[in-house]
Write a protein that binds this ligand. Structure first.
Ligand code: CP
Length: 305
């Protein structure tokens, strides 16, 4: 039985197969419409979510399966003190596969150790968000045709943004990738990413504060929200929340090849006037999230179509 805790749980070859499957689902959805008939997905969300939970549920329903779950810890027996380990033991009797989001780093990993069904990490604290990374990889590969030879700018909250940490871990395995990290001093990428992932693999990167200075050289601009829920005080959040606002004026400095991605939700960091720019790909990214989660469910349940 396989779980998904990190994008590195799949080899590059396995990831290629998963993304191929997602593209096939996009092309021929009717082929997969009953692939998971009789199977149940549990969504255990201890933290708020719109996209991840609903796209998992949409994915399972589009595969002909069924869904159950909870969308906040307060409506589950976690409110009475039940542990994640005990909860997953119960859920293993009710469902065939589970997606779990938790505010504590490592909680889905703890669950996977005692689970009788595959567990998917749907975001754990400020640590990892592997299915967002699968979504990002599918979006980039589908819209550019490849995952190599890219200059990727990551902008905003690079300290607490788990989607950023997962994406860097995944992309360093491809050829000729370079990063530009755009953040205020307080929200720079954590040292362990810089040292254990980038320096260890000799991946080139630069760290800057001004988006305007670097946007012209980027193939991908990955915007992120400042993660209010992970700040220790409101004052710091208020000071930093609008540090970056991508608008039409800044988009004029970018090349025609640029793709703007964002895991969403957005707050103010991308002005709505950018939505109509053909280089804005963040709503297409949401659609790819359903296809890739369908492919992931099929893969972990070992369903052949
Ligand atoms: N991208 C993402 O994780 O969105 P949600 O928090 O709405 O699930």
């Amino acid at each position: 039985m396989r779980h998904l805790m990190s994008p590195l749980d799949f080899s590059v070859e396995e990831l290629d197969r998963l993304l191929d499957l997602a593209n096939d689902i996009e092309k021929y959805p009717e082929k997969y419409a009953h692939a998971c008939a009789g199977k149940i997905l549990a969504t255990l969300f201890y933290e708020p979510s719109t996209r991840t939970r609903l796209s998992f549920e949409s994915a399972m329903l589009r595969l002909g399966g069924q869904v159950l779950g909870f969308s906040n810890a307060a409506s589950s027996s976690a409110a009475k003190g039940e542990s994640v380990s005990d909860t997953i033991r119960m859920i293993s009797c009710y469902a065939d596969i589970c997606a779990m989001r938790h505010n504590k780093e490592g909680a889905p990993m703890v669950a996977s150790r005692v689970s009788g069904i595959p567990v998917i990490n749907a975001g754990d604290g400020g640590h990892q968000h592997p299915t967002q990374t699968l979504t990002d990889l599918l979006t980039i590969r589908s819209l550019t045709g490849h995952l190599n030879h890219l200059t990727i700018g990551l902008c905003g909250d690079l300290k607490f943004g788990r989607t950023v940490h997962s994406l860097i871990n995944a992309l360093v395995r491809y050829d000729n990738i370079s990063f530009v990290f755009i953040s205020p001093e307080e929200l720079r990428i954590p040292d362990y990413i810089r040292e254990d992932v980038l320096d260890a693999k000799g991946v080139p990167y630069e760290e800057v504060e001004r988006l305007e200075d670097v946007i012209g050289g980027l193939d991908i601009l990955y915007m992120t929200r400042v993660q209010r829920e992970r700040f220790f005080n409101e004052e710091d959040y208020v000071r930093l929340k609008d540090f970056y606002i991508l608008d039409k004026k800044k988009m004029k400095l970018a090349g025609p090849q640029l793709l703007v991605l964002h895991p969403l939700p957005r707050v103010n960091e991308i002005s709505v006037e950018v939505d109509s720019d053909p280089r804005a790909a963040y709503f297409r990214q949401v659609q790819y999230g359903v296809y890739v989660r369908m492919a992931l469910i099929l893969t972990l349940l070992e369903v052949e179509v």
